[in-house]
Write a protein that binds this ligand. Structure first.
Ligand SMILES: Cc1cc2nc3c(=O)[nH]c(=O)nc-3n(C[C@H](O)[C@H](O)[C@H](O)COP(=O)(O)OP(=O)(O)OC[C@H]3O[C@@H](n4cnc5c(N)ncnc54)[C@H](O)[C@@H]3O)c2cc1C
Length: 421
């Protein structure tokens, strides 16, 4: 192995692989270091990736990548104690070009890392990077155990609560900036999944749940259909989970036994369980002398309530980091000033634009009424509309009664919601 590389990338998730693939294609010597036994071994996610970012890097990637199903049905379910209301969205435009695919990270990350290796990058696995190498206050490489490896630029792609970001002095993380995600993979025959979610073969569904499933703790739950399995999980803000004194596994158990979910997973076998943090409001510095930060490590994630987008942001930031390195290599200047071009590239692409557009969303999504008052209200209204036991009233009168004493708060929430999402 060469002693010095053009670039060392810490982490072989989508952010690291995207940077490694791009840089190797540009002809640079690239080392990607992953602590898992293989890329994807340590990675958890809900399981749906929006296509547009990777499609720019590898056009029509789904023809060769191990994707599970093309998402053609988007569902949102509001859950109360006894009832649920579901919106079911289906649109031809979700099909061509495909808007998103469900994926299983253990397979997908290996494929992506392999693409980088085929393009010329070196991948080492089962090695944890412990520290950064410094010379004259500039980052010049990495330390892994007793090994010291040098590079012109290090790319921190080590995910949420990045050790590299902390070692570089770019941020100290706080729990209030993070949500925690718990996820199960439940195996079921393909035909059973098609029938239960009303899907044609190879088509997929993404279903989000809010309300009772998190015991009104800010957050939500999800079910994504894979080919022969379901990815099912819950995401809640860590601080509120701690305050509520509810155990995370209890939420998961309750979710699985909720009547709306139990019938979707009946007869299935849990084959994987994992937990992981999500940087909901944890932006870090993006660059310093000799270092760039991509993906979750930089807190580049957008949660608009309906869409959770981390993978596409990681891939796009990895591509931008590669572009910034190319320019720095041309000048042979790896200073903070030279690498700041990375931020310019992110600003001119959707990554920082979308972060800015949705900057109020983490705060808005921590409003507990979104998970208690509103799902309850919608379920009650539908109950009143659907149940016939005696004289009926018009919808407007039902609405007035259900919202008595709450309307001012509701209007304020609506305004805040429109500004945030
Ligand atoms: C429950 C849950 C559901 C989610 N659902 C979705 C979704 O549906 N769609 C979506 O787009 N996003 C989703 N996300 C977010 C998405 O998973 C992340 O945004 C995305 O994985 C970020 O990619 P990354 O490459 O920056 O980091 P990661 O995918 O976290 O990759 C980081 C890599 O670095 C490695 N690493 C860490 N430290 C070291 C070290 N010291 N040395 C060497 N290697 C190291 C890790 O093992 C890992 O392989 C979800 C996340 C969770 C937790």
């Amino acid at each position: 192995m060469a002693e010095k590389f053009d670039v060392i990338i810490v982490g072989a998730g989508p952010g690291g692989c995207s940077a490694a693939y791009s840089l190797a294609k540009m002809g640079f010597s690239v080392l990607m270091v992953e602590r898992g036994k293989y890329p994807g071994a340590k990675n958890v996610m809900g399981g749906r990736m929006y296509t547009y970012a990777l499609n720019r890097l590898i056009p029509d990637f789904w023809k060769e990548a191990p994707v599970e199903r093309k998402v053609t049905r988007e569902k949102l379910t509001l859950l109360s104690n006894k009832s649920s209301v579901t919106l079911d969205f289906h649109d031809e435009e979700l099909l061509e070009p495909p808007n998103s695919f469900t994926i299983l990270r253990a397979r997908f990350d290996q494929w992506f890392a392999n693409k980088a290796v085929e393009a010329g990058a070196t991948l080492v696995t089962n090695i944890r990077v412990d520290d950064l190498l410094w010379k004259d206050k500039k980052i010049t490489g990495i330390v892994a155990g007793t090994d010291k490896l040098e590079a012109n630029v290090v790319i921190a792609a080590d995910g949420a609560v990045s050790l590299m970001v902390e070692k570089a002095g770019l941020k100290e993380f706080e729990t209030k900036e993070f949500a925690i995600g718990m996820k199960e993979i439940i195996e079921l025959p393909e035909k059973v999944i098609d029938d239960r979610f009303n899907l044609a073969s190879e088509e997929g569904a993404a279903q989000l749940f809010i309300g009772q499933c998190t015991r009104q703790i800010p957050g939500g739950a999800f079910v994504y259909t894979n080919r022969n399995s379901l990815s099912l999980g819950i995401v809640v803000y860590i601080n509120q989970l701690i305050e509520s004194k509810v155990e995370a596994y209890e939420l998961m158990r309750e979710f699985n036994s909720n009547p709306a979910i139990a019938k979707l997973i009946a007869g299935g076998k849990i084959v994987e369980y994992s937990t992981h943090v999500i940087p909901e409001a944890s932006r870090t510095g993006l660059f310093t002398d000799g270092l760039l930060v991509v993906g979750d490590a930089a807190g580049l994630i957008v949660n608009s309530g309906i869409t959770l987008r981390g993978m596409d942001m990681a891939i796009a930031s990895g591509m931008a980091a590669a572009e910034a390195v190319k320019i720095a290599m041309g000048k042979n200047d790896f200073s903070k000033k030279s690498l700041s071009h990375y931020e310019y590239l992110l600003k001119n692409d959707f990554v920082l634009a979308d972060m800015r557009t949705f900057k109020r969303s983490p705060e808005f999504l921590q409003n507990t009424r979104l998970y208690s008052l509103y799902p309850e209200l919608v379920c009650k209204l539908f109950h009143r509309l659907a149940v016939v036991k005696g004289p009926k009233r018009r919808l407007f009168n039902e609405l007035l009664e259900e919202t008595r004493g709450k309307r001012v708060r509701m209007v304020l929430d609506l305004i805040r919601g429109l500004r945030a999402l």
